[in-house]
Design a protein around this ligand. Structure first.
Ligand code: ADE
Length: 241
Protein backbone atom coordinates (compact mmCIF):
# COMPACT_ATOMS: atom_id res chain seq x y z
CA UNK A 1 0.00 0.00 0.00
CA UNK A 2 1.16 3.50 -0.85
CA UNK A 3 0.18 6.17 1.69
CA UNK A 4 0.70 9.92 1.29
CA UNK A 5 0.20 12.22 4.27
CA UNK A 6 -0.30 15.92 3.59
CA UNK A 7 0.52 17.84 6.74
CA UNK A 8 1.99 21.04 8.17
CA UNK A 9 3.86 18.96 10.77
CA UNK A 10 5.60 15.93 9.19
CA UNK A 11 7.82 15.66 12.28
CA UNK A 12 4.82 14.54 14.34
CA UNK A 13 4.84 11.17 12.54
CA UNK A 14 8.52 10.34 12.74
CA UNK A 15 8.42 8.54 16.06
CA UNK A 16 5.22 6.51 16.16
CA UNK A 17 5.25 5.02 12.66
CA UNK A 18 8.99 4.40 12.45
CA UNK A 19 9.30 1.62 14.99
CA UNK A 20 8.34 -2.03 15.46
CA UNK A 21 5.70 -3.63 13.21
CA UNK A 22 4.99 -0.59 11.00
CA UNK A 23 8.71 0.00 10.48
CA UNK A 24 9.20 -3.65 9.48
CA UNK A 25 6.25 -3.43 7.09
CA UNK A 26 7.91 -0.48 5.36
CA UNK A 27 11.25 -2.29 5.23
CA UNK A 28 9.57 -5.35 3.72
CA UNK A 29 8.06 -3.11 1.03
CA UNK A 30 4.47 -3.91 2.07
CA UNK A 31 3.83 -0.28 2.85
CA UNK A 32 5.29 3.10 1.90
CA UNK A 33 4.40 6.26 3.80
CA UNK A 34 5.43 9.63 2.44
CA UNK A 35 4.92 12.86 4.36
CA UNK A 36 4.43 15.97 2.25
CA UNK A 37 4.62 19.40 3.82
CA UNK A 38 1.65 21.51 2.77
CA UNK A 39 3.56 24.70 3.60
CA UNK A 40 6.02 23.99 0.76
CA UNK A 41 3.16 24.61 -1.67
CA UNK A 42 2.10 28.01 -0.37
CA UNK A 43 2.22 30.70 -3.06
CA UNK A 44 2.52 33.49 -0.52
CA UNK A 45 5.79 35.27 0.13
CA UNK A 46 5.93 34.18 3.77
CA UNK A 47 4.61 30.65 3.14
CA UNK A 48 1.34 31.49 4.86
CA UNK A 49 -1.07 28.56 5.10
CA UNK A 50 -3.94 29.88 7.22
CA UNK A 51 -6.18 32.91 7.56
CA UNK A 52 -9.04 34.33 9.60
CA UNK A 53 -12.44 32.71 9.12
CA UNK A 54 -14.98 34.59 6.99
CA UNK A 55 -17.89 35.55 9.19
CA UNK A 56 -15.62 35.92 12.22
CA UNK A 57 -15.00 33.58 15.11
CA UNK A 58 -12.05 32.16 16.97
CA UNK A 59 -9.00 30.52 15.46
CA UNK A 60 -7.48 30.24 12.01
CA UNK A 61 -8.56 28.18 9.01
CA UNK A 62 -6.16 26.47 6.59
CA UNK A 63 -6.45 28.12 3.17
CA UNK A 64 -7.33 26.04 0.10
CA UNK A 65 -4.48 27.05 -2.26
CA UNK A 66 -1.52 25.21 -0.62
CA UNK A 67 -3.65 22.12 0.00
CA UNK A 68 -5.05 21.90 -3.54
CA UNK A 69 -1.59 22.38 -5.06
CA UNK A 70 -0.02 19.88 -2.67
CA UNK A 71 -2.80 17.36 -3.40
CA UNK A 72 -2.51 17.70 -7.17
CA UNK A 73 1.27 17.22 -7.02
CA UNK A 74 0.74 14.18 -4.78
CA UNK A 75 -1.63 12.50 -7.24
CA UNK A 76 1.05 12.78 -9.93
CA UNK A 77 3.25 10.54 -7.78
CA UNK A 78 0.87 7.60 -7.98
CA UNK A 79 1.73 5.43 -10.93
CA UNK A 80 -1.89 4.55 -11.77
CA UNK A 81 -4.12 7.45 -12.72
CA UNK A 82 -6.68 6.91 -9.98
CA UNK A 83 -8.63 9.10 -7.63
CA UNK A 84 -7.47 7.62 -4.32
CA UNK A 85 -9.57 7.43 -1.14
CA UNK A 86 -8.72 10.72 0.52
CA UNK A 87 -9.24 10.90 4.24
CA UNK A 88 -9.71 13.96 6.41
CA UNK A 89 -9.75 13.48 10.18
CA UNK A 90 -12.28 15.57 12.08
CA UNK A 91 -14.48 15.10 15.15
CA UNK A 92 -17.42 15.55 12.73
CA UNK A 93 -16.50 12.40 10.80
CA UNK A 94 -17.77 8.83 10.91
CA UNK A 95 -16.38 7.14 14.02
CA UNK A 96 -13.43 4.90 13.16
CA UNK A 97 -13.65 1.19 13.98
CA UNK A 98 -12.15 -2.17 12.99
CA UNK A 99 -14.62 -2.54 10.12
CA UNK A 100 -13.47 0.73 8.52
CA UNK A 101 -9.82 -0.22 9.17
CA UNK A 102 -10.30 -3.52 7.32
CA UNK A 103 -12.03 -1.84 4.40
CA UNK A 104 -9.27 0.78 4.05
CA UNK A 105 -6.51 -1.85 4.38
CA UNK A 106 -7.61 -3.24 1.00
CA UNK A 107 -6.86 0.01 -0.87
CA UNK A 108 -3.66 0.28 -2.93
CA UNK A 109 -3.38 4.04 -2.40
CA UNK A 110 -4.52 6.31 0.42
CA UNK A 111 -4.12 10.04 0.91
CA UNK A 112 -4.55 11.70 4.30
CA UNK A 113 -5.04 15.45 4.60
CA UNK A 114 -4.24 16.69 8.10
CA UNK A 115 -6.09 19.75 9.33
CA UNK A 116 -4.68 21.93 12.08
CA UNK A 117 -5.94 24.98 13.98
CA UNK A 118 -9.71 25.24 13.27
CA UNK A 119 -9.35 22.87 10.31
CA UNK A 120 -9.37 23.31 6.55
CA UNK A 121 -11.49 25.49 4.25
CA UNK A 122 -14.71 23.58 3.44
CA UNK A 123 -13.87 23.64 -0.29
CA UNK A 124 -11.00 21.22 0.41
CA UNK A 125 -13.46 18.77 1.94
CA UNK A 126 -16.07 19.25 -0.77
CA UNK A 127 -13.64 18.79 -3.67
CA UNK A 128 -10.84 16.50 -2.49
CA UNK A 129 -11.98 14.42 0.48
CA UNK A 130 -13.80 11.11 0.09
CA UNK A 131 -14.00 10.10 3.78
CA UNK A 132 -14.27 12.22 6.93
CA UNK A 133 -13.25 10.16 9.96
CA UNK A 134 -13.29 10.80 13.71
CA UNK A 135 -11.30 8.70 16.17
CA UNK A 136 -13.66 9.44 19.06
CA UNK A 137 -15.77 12.01 20.82
CA UNK A 138 -13.07 14.40 21.97
CA UNK A 139 -11.20 17.22 20.28
CA UNK A 140 -7.49 17.14 19.48
CA UNK A 141 -5.34 20.04 18.26
CA UNK A 142 -5.04 18.61 14.76
CA UNK A 143 -5.46 15.65 12.46
CA UNK A 144 -1.91 14.32 12.76
CA UNK A 145 -2.44 12.04 15.76
CA UNK A 146 -5.73 10.61 14.42
CA UNK A 147 -4.00 9.95 11.08
CA UNK A 148 -1.16 8.11 12.85
CA UNK A 149 -3.74 6.03 14.75
CA UNK A 150 -5.60 5.16 11.56
CA UNK A 151 -2.41 4.28 9.63
CA UNK A 152 -1.34 1.99 12.48
CA UNK A 153 -4.71 0.21 12.59
CA UNK A 154 -4.82 -0.21 8.80
CA UNK A 155 -1.20 -1.26 8.29
CA UNK A 156 -1.36 -4.25 10.61
CA UNK A 157 -4.26 -5.65 8.56
CA UNK A 158 -2.28 -5.68 5.30
CA UNK A 159 -1.46 -9.32 4.51
CA UNK A 160 2.09 -10.17 5.58
CA UNK A 161 2.49 -7.30 8.05
CA UNK A 162 1.72 -9.41 11.13
CA UNK A 163 3.47 -12.72 11.60
CA UNK A 164 1.35 -15.87 11.48
CA UNK A 165 1.35 -16.15 15.25
CA UNK A 166 0.21 -12.54 15.68
CA UNK A 167 -2.87 -12.91 13.50
CA UNK A 168 -5.50 -10.21 14.04
CA UNK A 169 -8.20 -12.83 13.60
CA UNK A 170 -7.68 -13.91 17.21
CA UNK A 171 -8.24 -10.58 18.82
CA UNK A 172 -10.86 -8.17 20.16
CA UNK A 173 -13.30 -6.73 17.63
CA UNK A 174 -12.67 -9.67 15.33
CA UNK A 175 -14.52 -12.13 17.54
CA UNK A 176 -16.78 -9.31 18.71
CA UNK A 177 -15.67 -9.71 22.34
CA UNK A 178 -12.96 -7.94 24.30
CA UNK A 179 -9.86 -10.06 24.74
CA UNK A 180 -9.20 -12.51 27.59
CA UNK A 181 -6.20 -11.79 29.90
CA UNK A 182 -2.70 -12.87 28.87
CA UNK A 183 0.05 -14.28 31.10
CA UNK A 184 3.69 -15.17 30.47
CA UNK A 185 6.71 -16.35 32.44
CA UNK A 186 7.34 -16.55 35.36
CA UNK A 187 4.60 -18.77 36.75
CA UNK A 188 4.93 -17.05 40.11
CA UNK A 189 5.84 -13.36 40.23
CA UNK A 190 6.06 -11.91 43.75
CA UNK A 191 3.51 -14.46 44.91
CA UNK A 192 1.13 -13.60 42.05
CA UNK A 193 0.40 -16.81 40.20
CA UNK A 194 -0.81 -17.64 36.72
CA UNK A 195 -4.29 -19.30 36.59
CA UNK A 196 -3.60 -23.04 36.77
CA UNK A 197 -5.79 -23.89 33.76
CA UNK A 198 -3.27 -22.14 31.50
CA UNK A 199 -0.56 -24.53 32.70
CA UNK A 200 -2.73 -27.64 32.32
CA UNK A 201 -2.01 -28.30 28.64
CA UNK A 202 -5.72 -29.04 28.18
CA UNK A 203 -6.56 -27.01 25.06
CA UNK A 204 -10.29 -27.41 25.38
CA UNK A 205 -10.32 -26.20 28.97
CA UNK A 206 -8.01 -23.31 28.09
CA UNK A 207 -10.32 -22.27 25.25
CA UNK A 208 -13.36 -22.45 27.56
CA UNK A 209 -11.59 -20.41 30.24
CA UNK A 210 -10.56 -17.74 27.72
CA UNK A 211 -14.03 -17.55 26.29
CA UNK A 212 -15.52 -17.17 29.76
CA UNK A 213 -13.04 -14.41 30.66
CA UNK A 214 -13.74 -12.63 27.37
CA UNK A 215 -17.48 -12.77 28.08
CA UNK A 216 -16.95 -11.46 31.64
CA UNK A 217 -14.86 -8.45 30.63
CA UNK A 218 -17.13 -7.62 27.69
CA UNK A 219 -20.29 -7.87 29.84
CA UNK A 220 -18.74 -5.58 32.41
CA UNK A 221 -17.17 -2.94 30.17
CA UNK A 222 -18.91 -3.12 26.78
CA UNK A 223 -22.35 -4.75 27.09
CA UNK A 224 -23.19 -3.04 23.76
CA UNK A 225 -20.78 -5.47 22.04
CA UNK A 226 -22.65 -8.49 23.42
CA UNK A 227 -25.92 -7.10 22.08
CA UNK A 228 -24.32 -6.64 18.65
CA UNK A 229 -22.87 -10.14 18.71
CA UNK A 230 -26.27 -11.65 19.44
CA UNK A 231 -27.61 -10.17 16.20
CA UNK A 232 -24.76 -12.09 14.53
CA UNK A 233 -24.56 -9.90 11.44
CA UNK A 234 -21.06 -10.33 10.10
CA UNK A 235 -19.38 -9.34 6.87
CA UNK A 236 -17.58 -11.74 4.52
CA UNK A 237 -14.50 -11.57 6.78
CA UNK A 238 -16.55 -12.63 9.80
CA UNK A 239 -16.21 -9.20 11.36
CA UNK A 240 -19.27 -7.96 13.23
CA UNK A 241 -21.02 -5.19 11.33
N1 ADE B 1 -9.23 16.23 14.89
C1 ADE B 1 -9.40 16.78 16.09
N2 ADE B 1 -10.02 15.94 16.92
C2 ADE B 1 -10.25 14.80 16.22
C3 ADE B 1 -10.86 13.57 16.49
N3 ADE B 1 -11.39 13.29 17.68
N4 ADE B 1 -10.92 12.64 15.53
C4 ADE B 1 -10.43 12.91 14.32
N5 ADE B 1 -9.84 14.06 13.99
C5 ADE B 1 -9.75 15.01 14.92
Amino acid sequence: MEIKVLTLFPEMFKGPLDVSIIKNAQEKGLLTIEYINIRDFSNSKHKKVDDYPYGGGAGMVMTPQPIFDCYEKTLEKFKDSIKPRTIYCTPKGKVFNQQIALELSKEKHLVFICGHYEGVDQRVIDELVTDEISIGDYVLTGGELPVAVIIDAISRLIPGVLGQDESYQEESFYSGLLEYPHYTRPENFRGLTVPSVLLSGNHKEIANWRNQKAMEVTNKRRPDLIARMKNKKRDENNILL
